[in-house]
Design a protein around this ligand. Structure first.
Ligand SMILES: [Zn+2]
Ligand SMILES: [Zn+2]
Length: 494
């Protein structure tokens, strides 16, 4: 692509912000062109509504007055609404109204993956009991992992049932589960980027970011409005600055300290407890941080601002690692949505990170270009990149021993599917296990109360007794340092 053409594309993508598009990960809907669903409101409860302009405070107040509940914001100028029985959008400048289709809720990463374990996201406000009922109705098994985002479920089940699951209007999005979510006792997630108009869910895509100059560069500022009591101020500052420079290494972004809070194109960073002046109080200990998207769509001065929950125990290199969480949140401050790739820093669950992964670098370069590519490389070349280590990191909420922290991985080769049925009183289970140091033991346990040790380690096998009904067999591999990784299989005995 020629340089001129690349710049034109960047400028075009800015012009397209006018509000004509509904940006989903699955597709882009041009509400002005697609007249099909302009007149007929959807029959279901959840409506995707595009407005003629950004849905400001007055419009949102009127929607609430008419009985709508605002579930989330969808770039460029749409809202996902929960509609009351007698819903009326007349006179509010609605340009397009339609439902989210099942295909909009299925991550592209699910196409080639048959892992059997999925992250199912529901619309905020869906009753957790209703959510569990829906996934069980399609034969999925729910894994209760501590620290999951309240509207997420971690499930195991058949790939072929995903489309039917996505057909439920309460379901917002389904993506691959990071195997770490199954292996860890406790995880920590990010609820997604936020805007003044509402939170942005993982089916939505914002691919604009901050305005660039004619050379494609974006200069941003940052300032620490309040510091945490949990860490020395200089240490906290240097960890967040290290995260800024990690993003700046790969693309045409510069970050410089600001002189005052509330300035344009300035990321205000604060540590706060509970309510702190925006619509997103830190009410739960599971909430670590949140970040406002750039302008547009957010108005200044909140655009890009990052808020950290000071009820957390912030640390360096251990729980809760400030650098790792800041690295993820800065991605939102720059305009990135969540990634569906489990290894990415921008996946919805935090992990102990040493730097960006290829997935994150590709996403940021798609927005701001490759560092130096459009500026004549006046800056020194970045130092060599350490290889990304997607399988290693632990979420910041998990304690990190100083020595071997790499958990073994387990694969179950027989049975070949994650859900099988049988009439037998037992089943032969076998597979492999790997570890950077060495697997010391492979153990199995069933949901019906049996447990034992498999024979073998790197290649293992076991005969597991079955009760009539559903038996979930969990196989866990251990190393000498006590790390463990696991996989499970569900066997229904008739
Ligand atoms: Zn996030
Ligand atoms: Zn906040």
């Amino acid at each position: 692509m020629s340089l001129k053409y690349a710049i034109c594309l960047i400028l075009l993508s800015q012009c397209a912000w006018a509000g004509d598009l509904i940006r989903l990960k699955s597709r882009t809907i041009d509400g002005a062109q697609d007249g099909l669903r302009r007149e007929t409101p959807p029959s279901g409860k959840y409506w995707l509504v595009q407005f003629q302009e950004y849905p400001g405070a007055r419009l949102r107040a009127e929607l609430v007055r008419r009985g709508f509940r605002i579930i989330g914001y969808v770039p460029d100028s749409s809202l996902l609404l929960e509609a009351p029985k007698m819903a009326d959008l007349s006179g509010l400048g609605a340009r397009w109204t339609g439902p989210l289709d099942a295909a909009d809720k299925l991550s592209k990463g699910l196409n080639d993956e048959n892992s059997g374990t999925y992250l199912v996201e529901f619309h905020r406000g869906v009753n957790p009991r209703v959510a569990r009922g829906i996934v069980r109705q399609h034969g999925f098994l729910v894994h209760e992992t501590e620290g999951l985002i309240p509207w997420h479920l971690l499930v195991t089940g058949g790939h072929s049932a995903l489309r039917d699951l996505a057909g439920h209007e309460e379901v917002a999005y389904i993506m691959r589960a990071d195997p770490e979510l199954l292996a860890r006792k406790r995880v920590a997630g990010c609820g997604g980027p936020i805007t003044e108009a509402g939170p942005v869910a993982d089916y939505a895509l914002a691919d604009t970011g901050w305005l660039r100059d004619a050379q494609g560069n974006a200069a941003l500022q940052y300032i620490f409005a309040t510091m945490t009591q949990k860490l020395d101020a200089n240490v906290a500052r240097s960890q967040v600055e290290r995260a800024f420079s990690e993003w700046a290494r790969y693309t045409n972004l510069t970050f410089t300290p600001a002189q005052q809070t509330g300035a344009a194109r300035t990321i205000d960073i604060l540590f706060a407890n509970g309510a702190h002046g925006d619509a997103y109080p830190f009410t739960s200990i599971t909430s670590l941080a949140h970040t406002f998207y750039p302008a547009p769509p957010n108005p200044e001065p909140v655009a890009g601002d990052m808020h950290f929950n000071d009820a957390q125990t912030w640390g360096v290199g251990m729980n809760i690692d400030l650098f790792s969480v800041a690295l993820h949140e800065i991605g939102h401050a720059l305009g990135l949505a969540h990634s569906d790739a489990p290894s990415a820093v921008m996946y919805p669950y935090y992990k102990l990170s040493s730097g960006l992964t290829n997935d994150d670098i590709a996403a940021i370069q798609a927005l701001y270009g490759t560092r130096g590519a459009q500026t004549g490389a006046s800056d020194p070349p970045p130092p060599p990149t350490p290889p990304a280590q997607p399988t290693q990191p632990a979420p910041p909420a998990a304690p990190t021993p100083p020595t071997d922290t790499v958990a073994p991985t387990v694969a179950i080769s027989a049975p070949a599917y994650t859900i099988v049925s049988t009439t037998n009183t037992s089943i032969a289970v076998s597979g492999t296990a790997k570890d950077n140091v060495g697997v010391t033991a492979v153990k199995w346990a069933t949901s019906t109360g049996n447990s034992g040790t498999a024979s073998g380690t790197s290649a293992w096998s076991a005969t597991v007794p079955l009760l009539v009904g559903t038996n979930t067999i969990t196989v866990r591999a251990y190393d000498a340092a006590g790390n463990s990784g696991w996989r499970s299989v569900t066997v229904v005995r008739h």
